[in-house]
Design a protein around this ligand. Structure first.
Ligand code: ADP
Ligand code: MG
Length: 238
């Protein structure tokens, strides 16, 4: 687990700046939802935290150390996307253990961590299946399992449920909540679904055109939206 701080983080693509000095302080073990309309910079911000995208200015600080120049692997961050990108020729167990195998973890330790994650995510009966033999929700659970076995310091989620149907989304939402209660890993969860943000997050950060519009607990934002933009987004009564 780890704290995550952003100090005046900026991002420009060519001449166009899309993140205009974002500062955030996320506590160890906190679950933060990052919400905002399409194109406001949510994915770019996550990719910069993960180290998949260079920053144009400012600092990203994990557990009190500036990580601007560290690779994604060195940052010990796991990212879960909406496209699960499982390896089709591998079983569920092999998919979940793949990253550990790459990093040279001994076989017995891999098996132990994969089994523990499988129990947490109710995947035990599915371990010998291939991805094609799984439902969408099961595949998403495998993708989460693959992230968990690495025991990351931070979880980043980029709209992980947006490809699922409404019923499955509700179910997976509660599974993610249960999972966080078990592992308590610091999580930043991007969504454009305000209900998802309200039910999952300790704190919601509202992003608009590359700037933080407001942040607070779900109840604070609902009761005291700073402006009409936040009110409309959170669904506060007018
Ligand atoms: P969100 O995830 O909130 O929908 P993004 O972070 O994907 O938003 O994008 C934020 C802005 O940055 C958008 O205007 C998008 O067009 C722009 N952008 C994202 N990635 C690139 C890129 N590789 N090159 C140029 N512009 C980009
Ligand atoms: Mg996005």
């Amino acid at each position: 687990m780890a704290s995550v701080e952003l100090h005046e983080v900026r991002k420009a693509f060519g001449a166009l700046e899309v993140i205009h000095g974002v500062s955030l302080a996320i506590e160890d073990g906190e679950f933060v939802a990052l919400v905002g309309p399409s194109g406001c910079g949510k994915s770019t911000l996550l990719r910069m935290i993960a180290g998949l995208e260079d920053i144009s200015g400012g600092d990203i600080i994990i557990d009190n150390a500036v990580v601007n120049d560290l690779t994604p692997r060195e940052r010990n961050i796991a990212m879960v996307f909406q496209s699960y990108a499982l390896y089709p020729h591998m079983t569920v167990a092999e998919n979940m253990g793949f990253n550990l195998r790459l990093s040279g973890t001994p076989k017995a330790a891999i098996a132990e961590r994969v089994n523990e994650a499988a129990r947490m995510l109710d995947l035990v009966p599915l371990m010998e299946r291939k991805p094609a033999q799984l439902s969408g929700g099961q595949r998403q659970r495998v993708a989460m399992g693959r992230a968990i076995v690495r025991n990351p310091a931070v979880f980043l989620f980029d709209e992980p449920l947006s490809n699922l149907d409404a019923k499955l989304r509700v179910q997976m939402r509660s599974e993610i909540k249960t999972l966080h209660q078990k592992v308590k890993t610091t999580s930043i969860y991007v969504t454009h679904d305000q209900i998802e943000a309200m039910t999952l997050a300790d704190r919601i950060v509202v992003l608009n055109q590359g700037r933080v519009e407001q942040q607070g607990t779900p109840m604070e934002l609902y009761k005291n939206p700073a402006n009409l933009f936040v009110a409309a987004f959170i669904g506060s009564p007018a």
